[in-house]
Design a binder for this molecule. Sequence first.
Ligand code: GLY
Length: 599
Amino acid sequence: MKKLSLSFNNAIILTFVLLRACRTGQQKPGVRQSTGVYQYDNEKKTAVARKSGPYYSDRQAVTGKNGMVASAHPEASQVGVAILKAGGNAVDAAVAVQFALAVVYPGAGNIGGGGFMVFRDKTGQAFTLDYREKAPEKADKDMYLDSAQNVIPRLSITGHLASGVPGSVAGMAEAHRRFGKLTWAQVLQPAIDLAEKGVALTEREALGLNRTKKSFLQVNPEKRYFMKADTTDWKTGELLIQKDLGQTLRRIQQQGRAGFYEGETARLLVAEMQRGGGIITENDLKNYQAVWRDPLVGTFRNYKIITMPPTSSGGVALLQLLRLVEPYPLRRWGWNSDSTVQVMIEAERRVYADRAKFLGDPDFVKVPVNQLIDKDYLKTRWSDFTFAKATDSRAIKGGTLPGYESLETTHFSVVDQEGNAVAITTTLNGGYGSRVVVGGAGFLMNNEMDDFSVKPGVPNMFGLIGNQANAIAPGKRMLSSMTPTIVEQAGKLYMVVGTPGGSTIITSVYQTILNVLEHGMTMQQSVNALKFHHQWLPDNTLFENGAFSDETIQKLQSRGYKLEQLTNSLGRMDCILLRPDGTLEGASDPRADNTSVGF
Ligand code: GLY
């Protein structure tokens, strides 16, 4: 039971520990392990018997007529709704939620990280903003290798060298400059109040901070950040007050982006880097810019999918996955039947191989986006597939295109009264990022450098493999899997979707969309539905307990699929669906503290 209340970062790390254990023969791949029929119910705070059916829980949706915010934390969702009620639009609310999450959800909410925003305005025009972190100017492609060219363990994950130049404050300032209605001071104020007056810790957050105490002390030996004065463990409901962070947020409130990238905050950040051997400089900070990119738009059946282009791989991969399964009658085959699962896994295998070969920062490498999502190209990717037998991942390479040679993240969705919609996924990468707290400024730095391919063919913390396209270079953005997505039906807003989960983000978004469009689930049922994941390498399919029937398991195993039942869960979705009668359905994931608030 306890395992289900692990932070998502730990869940992912555990997943890959399990995968590694499998590969070294300590566990038998393909063997379904029984973990009983009980699960932890976050709302009832107790273990309950699992309901039959494909759902993690029977949580019900939140509905509203005027606006909806779905995020990883109830306080952050409340902040978003308060901004909407004060006359703010979806972008104002999203900016306020991003800053509020940096206070109430230090595991992933952030100002020391980065993210992506997909915005569809009430007229249907779409915009995407890339505020992903960048490699510092002094970064080098071999910076995590020793003299024998071996990867130095954890150097890209923990400590000062693991951080990219943060993008979140620049992203929020730019989104607000272009689309905000309320003042910058108004949208910053709720986060400042939460930092200065304190936020009551949820059970999950208290557990996360207690578990991370040792590594915080290792990285920040002279400080007691995120610790109680007497260093005893946090208990649920105790107040976390963050005075330094409050001051940093006040500087941002007063000076805009300069309150972070210049002056006192920049001075503190650079001093912190120098103290711990990091390489981010004042120049890196001053030069950081968020970038508007052309939204990636494609279709799946009669639906329009608006999603994030590179620097995230998420949108390209999502469109590839949807288009690969489009020719198949998933609806007739049924949810998680053996044939449905089989084509979904085989699509995932091929798409993650393409990701490793082709995807990287478009400002540095040519990413063949249109070719990768081209239906004729995708048809060729099925040429070696047969229903009789699982394809061997070792036989799959990134495709041949003509003319072409993380784990804690958080997602939130906002829809306002006028129908403007925002999907934002934002991250420090691992839970609590690099564990570096900027002395005197009170915020955590990301460990996003691990999302680069630190050495071709060597897996990162999510087990993802990359190549030249995602090699480290000064000023380059590291490849992401974040997939904030908006779906349109008949020219109207239909769904706002996204989740954290490192490499599993893409497949969770894929299943959540298919559950609604193909299998007739409501938004909340789709979020509650149990999920699975395959990412080409390692060649295993992870699945949540109960995601596959015994019959599906037996049939897949007989065709050579290696199945690995998770002791944890997949996804922390925060989604909104616009019902035909105009009601907004807020669907937050029952797997954690995620909460929708509507009005
Ligand atoms: N850090 C997780 C991701 O960007 O995919």
